[in-house]
Write a protein that binds this ligand. Structure first.
Ligand code: HT7
Ligand code: ZN
Length: 874
């Protein structure tokens, strides 16, 4: 497969102004008629052939301006259709045949649980009809869908329904008109036996919009939260960004087989059912929050992505990074802002840092790709969002709003670039953002080494910062970045933020300094007492920061920092120092000793329970094994597991009564609601329970059993079931798993949880269990949610068992990837990720992982898997 390069971008030779489609649905032979109104692009020369993308299409008819083409006037190959000579302005008619029932890749038109649905981003539309399938071709669409009136009573597409009627042979049709020009990736069609829940929203200009959520009948009771979230998101986007919805109808459809979370098709969002359906008895608090944020994310795309879209797929982060930033701010406003930030950053520092340090590292704006679906990554989404967040912080809230207004107004209806977005921010603020643009083009996580010195006699604090970005594949030389570092100096006597004076300017007690050079010094004057610096507050830039904090400093910040995020971070750093010692002890066969400072810090946290419960729950949570691994030069999975278990058990033993008290104090009697207050109590109570279960405390075991049996909410049931399943005693795990599995056998989303819980067991039988569960009648490689629940969870979260020294974990993953490569290349390529990280492990594991990658490479590979494996082995 050939790479596509950003530097080769050219506008299309012909643009489409209007697209008229007719679908005659049939599982094995759907007919798609397309009439495209085309004209030469004004920036391209006359006389160019017409090239349309098209894959796996059976061409049945082709005509230009009503005249059928002769065989020598056009050519069809595996990637598309070429018409050698065309007029400057014309219409093209084609008719093709496709087989949705045979489409296991879930790109283009496919069937899920008997219903028809589409996924066109990024390049799925070319599996529906011949088309210039690129985001800079924007047309208005009219779509007629014809289906069987009995099997497909509901026929949906983008825009508004304008006509419907009966046809001979028990068929019927609906015609949809979408007045907003859009690229083909935003096209959608859904047909099947669906039921709807309806509501309305009145926009800020007083228009009433009909809101519909379409689901299978048995899921009608699981849409309330998504609907409420949608209405909150619509209101928030009006208030925070001045963006109003622009059609009379907004639809969401839930489908069971979906490669990602959801898709923002114009007026017809299609959702993975896991990203939209909730009920207190089937979904956890985390799932409720996830649904809220995904519903909001897709809705926000209506402006950041649909009205203003990307010129080409290299600009993907223009819509994804910005929209993730928007959904993060929405969730922060709706829930606990500090907890949202802690959760996002803790995920980011674990998963995106690992991506940025691995063989598939790429800039937020990549400059080449083989398969674009491989680039829907944490770097494009999450790092892209961090870059937008830095911009927002640099220019300030009001100016950011002026910049975004300018962007939406100036580029409405256009397909644009990241320069266009940043240009609006520069224009609104008057700031020079040229150096800042490097964030988009340079891959890798910048590292800052910080060093501070207090001069008691002069009352000065000298802070030295040095930045460096490590080499990444294809990018060895990195330039210094413009890094905003938010900081405070916390006085060791007063425990308060000291006033900051820099270069004679008074900056208040919490300020942003701008690191632009490779090395830079900042001299703070009038510093009345010796401070401990609180650096990178709120994670003000996506970097790794090193500062030689002592344990006392960290305990001090944990107790005194005015920045909630940095208090949490100080606790994580303190735990990391203890964990580092224990990892070394384990490796050297030395007896492990619990660090009393960690115990005392936790005791302090537990005693000051009046604090924000949600933040407290985060502070009491130890860094995950994956995060600890990220901090190690060479990952020793067994030592990490042993060290973390030792700390957890040590804390549980020392603070058992405190955990028991916290558990009891936070038990709730009231009916479930996904409110921040209730969620905070449940998190705190469940963190306490996990400590008690770490030492298999008899009272803790009883509480876990009671919590499981009480069946108050899926949050509590799942947590209790996980703790029982992860215990060393089969008499605790087996009856609970059996009862849960039988009770929920009918509900795929709950069964996904049942699969995932079992394969994260630390016990050595976990891999056998994965194999056993792969034979379960409810397991299918064709359902991405199930594959993620069983295989993805095992490989990504059960570190000790996936990295078994006999290589059986790696072998199992490679076997699945090889099979999925044929069925669903996109999911196959994503699943390989843990194997691509081989360089981080010891020689023995490296050899085993590489051998499995080689075994995959020897297969006939899809471009998706090929690209990832080649990079991993390069
Ligand atoms: N914009 C959507 C991306 C997406 C996607 C991409 C590739 C293959 C399948 C896909 N499904 C959805 C989702 C989003 O970011 O909002
Ligand atoms: Zn998105």
């Amino acid at each position: 497969p050939q790479a596509i390069h950003l530097s080769d971008y050219r506008p299309p030779a012909y643009r489409v102004t209007r697209t008229e489609l007719t679908f005659d649905l049939d599982p094995a032979a759907t007919r798609v008629k397309a009439r495209l109104h085309l004209e030469r692009h004004p920036e391209r020369e006359s006389g160019l052939p017409l090239r349309l993308d098209g894959e796996q299409l059976g061409l049945k008819a082709i005509a230009i301006d009503g005249e059928p083409l002769e065989a020598d006037e056009y050519e069809v190959d595996a990637a598309g259709l070429t018409v050698h000579r065309v007029p400057e302005r014309f219409h093209l008619d084609t008719e093709v045949e496709i087989a949705p029932e045979a489409n296991t890749a879930l790109e283009g038109l496919y069937q899920s649980s008997g219903m028809y649905c589409t996924q066109c981003e990024a390049e799925g539309f070319r599996r529906i009809t011949f088309y210039p399938d690129r985001p800079d071709v924007m047309a208005t669409f009219s779509t007629t869908v014809i289906g069987d009136a009995g099997r497909e009573p509901v026929l949906l597409s983008n825009g508004n329904p304008v006509e419907r009627g009966q046809l001979p042979g028990g068929r019927h049709f609906v015609t949809w008109e979408d007045p907003h020009p859009k690229p083909s990736y935003l096209f959608a069609l859904v047909a099947g036996e669906l039921k709807k829940v309806e509501d309305t929203f009145t926009t800020m200009s007083g228009r009433e919009v009909t809101l519909q959520i379409w689901v299978e009948e048995e899921n009608l009771g699981k849409t309330d939260h998504a609907m409420a979230s949608l209405k909150r998101a619509m209101k928030w986007d009006e208030e925070a960004y001045g963006r109003e919805y622009d059609l009379d109808l907004f639809m969401i459809v839930a489908v069971n087989d979906f490669n990602m979370g959801a898709m923002e098709n114009k007026g017809l969002n299609i959702f993975n059912s896991a990203a939209v359906l909730t009920h207190p008895h089937t979904a956890t608090d985390a799932a409720f929050q996830q649904v809220e944020s995904i519903v909001a994310h897709e809705y926000f795309h209506n402006w950041s992505g649909n009205r203003v879209t990307c010129r080409d797929w290299f600009q993907l982060s223009l819509k994804e990074g910005f929209t993730v930033f928007r959904d993060q701010c929405f969730s922060a406003d709706t829930n606990s802002a500090p907890v949202k930030r802690i959760e996002d950053v803790s995920f980011f520092r674990t998963a995106q840092f690992a991506e940025d340090a691995g063989p598939t590292a790429h800039p937020v704006r990549p400059d080449r790709y083989i398969e674009i679906t491989n680039f829907y990554t944490l770097t494009i989404y999450e790092k892209g969002a961090e870059v937008v967040r830095m911009l927002a912080n640099l220019v300030g809230e009001e100016t950011f709003r002026r910049g975004s207004d300018l962007y939406f107004e100036r580029f409405d209806g256009q397909a644009v670039t990241i320069e266009d977005f940043v240009g609006c921010m520069a224009e609104a603020s008057g700031l020079d953002l040229e150096q800042f643009m490097r964030w988009y083009d340079q891959a890798g996580t910048p590292e800052i080494d910080a060093f501070g010195e207090y001069d008691y006699a002069r009352g000065e604090y000298r802070l030295r910062l040095a930045q460096r970005t490590p080499a990444t594949p294809g990018q060895s030389d990195k330039q210094p970045l413009h890094i905003p570092v938010r900081l405070g100096l916390v006085g060791t006597k007063s425990g308060r933020d000291l006033p900051l004076t820099l270069d004679g300017e008074s900056l208040g007690s919490d300020a942003v300094i701008h690191l632009r050079e490779a090395e830079q010094e900042f001299l703070f004057t009038d510093v009345a007492e010796a401070p401990v610096p609180s650096l990178l507050r709120g994670f003000s830039a996506p970097v790794k920061l090193r500062f030689p904090y002592g344990r006392e400093d960290l305990a001090f910040l944990l107790a005194n920092d005015s920045d909630g995020f940095n208090r949490w971070d100080a606790g994580q750093r303190l735990a990391m120092l203890a964990l580092d010692d224990l990892i070394a002890a384990h490796r050297n066969g030395v007896e492990k000793v619990m660090d009393s400072r960690v115990v005392e810090a936790f005791r302090g946290l537990l005693a000051a329970e009046s604090d924000d419960r949600a933040v407290l729950a985060e502070m009491l949570t130890l860094p995950s094994e994956a995060y600890i691994a990220e901090q190690q030069p060479l990952v020793d999975v067994d030592a990490i597991h042993a060290a973390r278990t030792f700390v957890k058990q040590g804390l549980a033993t020392a603070l058992r009564d405190d955990f028991l008290r916290v558990y009891r104090d936070n038990q709730q009697g009231e009916a479930y609601a996904p409110t921040p207050e209730q969620i905070a109590r449940r998190s705190l109570k469940n963190v306490a329970l996990s400590y008690l279960m770490a030492i298999e405390d008899e009272e803790g075991i009883e509480l876990a059993r009671e919590q499981f049996a009480a069946d108050h909410s899926m949050t509590d049931v799942r947590h209790a079931l996980t703790l029982l399943t992860h215990s060393s005693r089969d008499e605790l795990s087996e009856p609970a798993l059996k009862a849960f599995g039988e009770k929920w056998a009918h509900d795929p989303l709950v069964m996904d949880q049942w699969f995932a819980i079992q394969v994260t067991r630390p016990q050595p039988d976990a891999l056998d269990r994965v194999k056993f569960l792969m034979e379960h009648p409810a397991f299918s490689l064709k359902n991405p949610n199930r594959v993620r629940a069983l295989i993805g969870t095992f490989a990504g979260q059960n570190r000790v068992n996936f990295h078994r020294l006999d290589g059986a974990g790696y072998r199992l993953l490679a076997d699945v990837v090889i099979e999925l490569n044929r069925l669903n290349p996109e999911i196959a390529a994503r699943l390989i990720t843990p194997l691509t990280r081989w360089a981080r492990f010891d020689e023995q594991r490296q050899a085993l992982m590489k051998a499995e990658l080689e075994r995959i490479r020897a297969e006939k590979l899809s471009p998706n898997v090929y690209e990832v494996v080649e990079k991993a082995l390069a």
